[in-house]
Design a protein around this ligand. Structure first.
Ligand code: BES
Ligand code: ZN
Ligand code: ZN
Length: 489
């Protein structure tokens, strides 16, 4: 596993030294220069304003390091700024083949931030920026330079080390979610996804694993998962992970993820272009698995349930048809008007299943609607909730994490759009507008009175192009870091 050592002084030889400089600091130094107090080695400030992400290189700044890179930190100095600056630095040296890099930990940070939080943010930015998925390439282009932090103030050591450790775990979880999303659907079948969950449980003594195969799903009358999975040659599985902390749990939380390993649309087939990225339709489950992979290491004090209904939405002679009526786990019947609105049908069962364990809060992550992309664009998730306090805490965690989320209403007036002539509910709305809200209202039928937060991650779960220096094309692991933050708050 990756580690980032903390050093007290610059080693005798290093390929590159990185220093963060904020706008205010540079302005002050330049003023000093006018009063001719400026030390000779600070000349490069003249080229620098310090705006966030600005990079200024210097060759042979000292005998101990061959090169130096100065990175602008901007002026607001939020945790996200540190994350961005670290990621920009990592991206800037991608073309170079460096063995050792020293990052000088900023000696002064704003009072509202803690040293360990800043260390965590820098670690996240740096390591997430170096994420790559090249499992299916003959040779890898990437050579990871060895990174160390230079912390001059000895008192800063312990908090920096703590921040790095936490940051590395957050990244490890996010990278697992990214890997799972990036893996092609042929190698990530419902059974594969179920096995990934089992492997996480086997590696952790505090996590137990339960799974329900087709026979068991029939016995428990989980008609939603079975209906969506029936067109595929790969049978569906309902997966349930349970994490119990060493000490008595403070609260119980259930995390549900949409787990459609490939969404072709079924008989309501998607156009070719829209299908191209649909291996990402299990990103919700990937988020849940990413989180579970580090719960024990982070000593999360909550009891956490992770639940997903893995299935593949395919057209075939066995597939569910438009017009069919199915009965879900909680007895609600659904008229399938469009087989491409499959996520909500599988979630109907997994949400109803999750409520049985009476969690204090139930959260779901789902690449649920194209409408969410229309409403909020590619980088922002839609949040719909029946709770006040939990939602507030979650949105706050998301804010510090740099994951963009926005609340949308569960408007009762639109409930009538889900009425069916022949069943309790219809799986698509009677209107072409407000698709995120009607999808949310549909799910609400299956959570009962359990406090609930629904996160539509259709946009941010998968980047069609680079979102941020630390979020490249492909699976993003969206939601993992915000949720972990919530679980540690
Ligand atoms: N998996 C899709 C939603 C999606 C779209 C996720 C784009 C990520 C990127 C979902 O199952 C779907 O197909 N939704 C339909 C619903 C419609 C038929 C009511 C959609 O949004 O078009
Ligand atoms: Zn679909
Ligand atoms: Zn889908």
């Amino acid at each position: 596993m990756l580690s980032i050592p903390v050093l007290e002084e610059l080693p005798t030889k290093t390929d590159l030294r990185i220093t963060f400089l904020d706008e205010k600091f540079i302005r002050r130094e330049l003023q000093k220069k006018q009063s001719s107090e400026i030390p000779a080695d600070l000349f490069h400030f003249e080229q620098m304003t310090g705006v966030l992400g600005q990079c200024v290189w210097e060759d042979h700044p000292s005998l101990r390091s061959r090169r130096a890179l100065y990175v602008g930190l901007g002026s607001t100095l939020t945790l996200e700024d540190y994350r961005q600056a670290a990621a920009t630095a990592r991206m800037a040296l991608k073309p170079w083949s460096l063995r050792s890099v020293i990052l000088t930990f900023p000696p002064v940070i704003p009072k509202r931030l803690s040293v360990s939080e800043v260390a965590q943010a820098i670690t996240e930015g740096w390591v997430l920026a170096s994420y790559h998925f090249d499992r299916y390439k003959k040779k890898t282009k990437y050579k990871e330079p060895r990174l160390s932090f230079l912390v001059a103030d000895k008192r800063g050591h312990a908090p920096v080390v703590r921040g790095i450790e936490k940051g590395l775990l957050f990244v490890q979880a996010t990278s697992l979610a990214r890997d799972l999303v990036n893996t092609p659907a042929a190698f990530n079948t419902p059974k594969d996804l179920m096995e990934s969950a089992r492997a996480i449980a086997q590696a952790h003594s505090s996590i137990s694993f339960k799974m329900f195969d087709e026979t068991k799903l029939k016995r428990m009358k989980a008609g939603g998962i079975l209906a969506i999975g029936q067109g595929s040659m790969h049978p569906p599985f309902l997966v349930h992970l349970i994490y119990k902390p060493k000490k008595k749990a403070v609260k119980k939380i259930a995390l549900v993820g949409k787990a459609v390993t490939f969404d072709s649309g079924g008989l309501s087939l998607k156009p070719a272009d829209a299908m191209m990225s649909m291996k990402c339709d299990m990103a919700g489950a990937a988020t849940v698995l990413g989180i579970f992979s580090v719960l024990e290491e982070l000593q999360v004090p909550f009891e956490v349930h992770g639940i997903f209904a893995a299935c593949e939405n395919m057209p075939s002679g066995h597939a569910i048809r438009p017009g069919d009526i199915i009965k879900t786990l909680n007895g609600t019947t659904i008229e399938i008007a469009n087989t491409d609105a499959e996520g909500r049908v599988t979630l109907a069962d997994s949400l109803a299943y999750a409520t049985k364990f009476s969690p204090d809060v139930l959260m779901d992550f789902a690449t649920l609607t194209g409408a969410c992309l229309v409403a909020l664009g590619e980088e922002i998730a839609g949040v719909l909730s029946t709770t006040g306090n939990w939602k507030k805490r979650f949105l706050q965690a998301a804010e510090t994490t740099g994951e963009k989320m926005w609340e949308l209403p569960l408007e009762k007036k639109y409930e009538k759009l889900l009425e069916s002539d022949v069943a309790d509910l219809r799986n698509i709305s009677g209107s072409k507008y407000g698709g995120v809200l009607t999808a949310g209202l549909f799910l609400q039928h299956f959570v009962g009175k359990t406090p609930w937060i629904h996160v539509d991650i259709a946009g941010p779960a998968f980047a069609e192009k680079m979102f941020e220096p630390y979020i490249q094309k492909g699976g993003t692991g969206f939601g993992v870091r915000s949720c972990l933050r919530l679980l540690l708050s």
